[in-house]
Design a protein around this ligand. Structure first.
Ligand code: GAR
Length: 199
């Protein structure tokens, strides 16, 4: 049993997660699901020798059919956990029901502030002094699931989108793999409904 990462973009989080899983975790990242042909993350996966499956939503009749195709791929690979890493789509009921409290996400703000897309830009525009990074469970909303861990990032007066993105991503690359490691090894508690059903 192992872990799949879902990603749409450049894949810097994918790479640190995959790398840490090999070094430290009791389960490895063994599959990349990508929804965007040509995304940078695909090259990273190839370099690391991790199998990739690219499934494009517009090739399916509806979201349920799209997620059924993902689900059968996940079952084929024996996937137990899903980590979203810059996967820019809402997870629907098909995957939520198949993986209850087994889907995590990284979001580039201190939730519940700045949910949705362009969170770093929104934080800059709002003029907050602190923003940060959140790892949370996925539920049916947009960045609304229970928070697992967070880390702050200071916004300095001369920060631009570029400099703040660098700082936020630096923190993401540390927080996300560490949080997953702690969850997988029981160093931080599992989601309460999973603990109850297994205990
Ligand atoms: C990351 O900063 C991640 O937090 C963000 O996309 C970026 C992906 O970068 N995700 C969201 O905004 C989700 N709402 P990466 O492809 O280099 O890992």
């Amino acid at each position: 049993m192992s872990i799949a990462i879902f990603a749409s973009g450049s894949g810097s989080n994918f790479e640190v997660l995959a790398d840490q899983s090999r070094r430290q975790w009791p389960k490895e990242v063994s599959l990349l699901i990508c929804d965007r042909p040509g995304a940078g993350v695909l090259e990273r996966a190839e370099r690391l020798g991790i199998p990739t499956v690219t499934l494009v939503p517009k090739n399916y009749e509806n979201k349920a059919k799209y997620e059924e195709a993902i689900l059968s791929t996940l079952q084929e690979y024996g996937i137990e956990w899903i980590l979203l890493a810059g996967y820019m789509r809402l997870i629907g009921p098909t995957l939520l029901q198949a993986y209850p409290w087994r889907i995590l996400n990284i979001h580039p703000s201190l939730l519940p502030a700045f949910q949705g897309k362009d969170a770093i830009q929104k934080a800059l525009e709002y003029g907050v002094r602190w923003t940060g990074v959140t790892v949370h469970w996925i539920d049916e909303g947009v960045d609304t699931g229970p928070i697992v861990d967070q880390k702050p990032v200071l916004v300095e007066p001369d920060d631009t989108l570029e400099t703040l993105t660098k700082k936020v991503q630096f923190v993401e690359h540390n927080l996300y793999p560490n949080t997953v490691y702690k969850l997988l090894t029981g160093r931080i508690p599992d989601h309460p409904s999973v603990s109850r059903s297994s205990g």
